[in-house]
Write a protein that binds this ligand. Structure first.
Ligand code: HEM
Length: 324
């Protein structure tokens, strides 16, 4: 290899960088000489990753259940990277915003289609054999899922539907008290909070309040409004609104419907359905048409909002694909 002037220039710049902090360049050169080359398994922490499945029973299909939850949590983490990039960008570009919403849509698209791993991937008898050992743990306790919601929309849009109007002008803290999942996770016979929710709130409530307040002026909807105020062409507006509609459907209809279908496959039983590990009245709690969580009501007609979670969704999806 030649010591070309370009290479010398790079080394001089590197030396300058190190010495400008008062450190010794040669110490670094000695360190590099002794450093190990990178390898794939350490770089992606493969061994740690593969050691993170700790079944609590010896039922054969339990690792599938754990692994698919972990895969989903990693996708949630990808989604949060995009949300936080949008929230924290100092001068947000329209193209960057659109690119990041598209990424979010691809992540949720992948999660929706891969949910078949859960829906069809375990024997029902195996699932029922290990699930009782998990109570009261439930995906309900996914903090990342709740963080994603807080980063996507104003809190008022994820307040329990019956309280939205009344709390429209209330503080974030008051609205959070009525967030849909706090309101919905009740034992039907007693009206008491399900223990899965009690545990979850105890662990994460302060973090959720902090997130809700931090995202108040920079959640995805607020940043979209800011871009609109700064001026968007007609074409940009259509393209951003469609991307946001798709996000709303992905997070609040498509994924929840696929999740509900999976719950039905494993928990439905005649004459009475099997109780969920989290203890909610899941048949009423999970279907999107009952909760009607809508991140961006401004982007939907009144009929679409009233019929949220029903069959018109497929038509809208086709339309959005058509004008993309
Ligand atoms: C066999 C597979 C699954 C079944 C039977 C199932 C069942 C349920 C049920 C019944 C609930 C309601 C809360 C309760 O009472 O427990 C719930 C909530 C939830 N589950 Fe699952 N689940 C499955 C897989 C997953 C996976 C893979 C994830 C990914 C992290 C997940 C995430 C969630 C979330 C985020 C909620 C809260 C939904 C909301 O508040 O609207 N679930 N699940």
């Amino acid at each position: 290899m030649e010591w070309t002037p370009e290479l010398m220039e790079k080394l001089t710049a590197l030396r300058g960088k190190i010495e400008s902090t008062g450190q010794d360049f040669e110490t670094y050169v000695d360190g590099w000489q002794r450093a190990q080359f990178k390898n794939y398994w350490d770089y992606i922490q493969l061994e740690t990753l593969l050691s993170l499945q700790r079944p609590v029973t010896d039922v054969q299909d339990e690792p599938i259940f754990i692994i698919y939850h972990q895969i989903t949590e990693l996708y949630f983490k990808l989604a949060r990277i995009e949300i936080d990039a949008i929230a924290s960008a100092e001068a947000l570009e329209v193209s960057d915003f659109k690119e990041r919403i598209d990424r979010l849509n691809r992540y949720f698209g992948a999660l929706r289609s891969s949910f078949g791993v859960m829906e069809k991937g375990m024997k029902k008898s195996e699932f029922l054999a290990f699930r009782d050992a998990l109570a009261p743990a439930s995906g309900f306790q996914s903090a990342q899922y709740r963080m994603i919601e807080l980063g996507c929309a104003p809190v008022i849009n994820i307040v329990a539907e019956s309280k939205r109007e009344e709390l429209l002008r209330s503080s974030i803290e008051e609205q959070m008290e009525a967030i849909y999942w706090r309101d919905g996770a009740k034992i039907e016979s007693t009206g008491q909070p399900a223990y899965t929710a009690v545990q979850f709130i105890e662990k994460y409530w302060d973090d959720f309040l902090f997130a809700a307040e931090s995202y108040e002026h920079c959640n995805i909807w607020e940043r979209f409004c800011e871009l609109k105020r700064n001026g968007l062409s007609d074409e940009e507006l259509v393209s951003l609104e469609n991307a946001l509609r798709l996000l709303d459907l992905n997070v609040n209809v498509n994924w929840p419907l696929q999740h509900y279908k999976t719950a039905v496959r494993y928990l439905s039983k005649k004459p009475t359905d099997i109780a969920a590990t989290g203890g909610t009245n899941w048949q009423k709690y999970l279907p999107p048409r009952f909760q009607r969580r809508i991140f961006y009501p401004e982007l939907w007609t009144e009929t679409q909002q009233a019929e949220w979670g029903k069959s018109w969704v497929e038509d809208v999806l086709r339309e959005i694909e058509g004008v993309k």
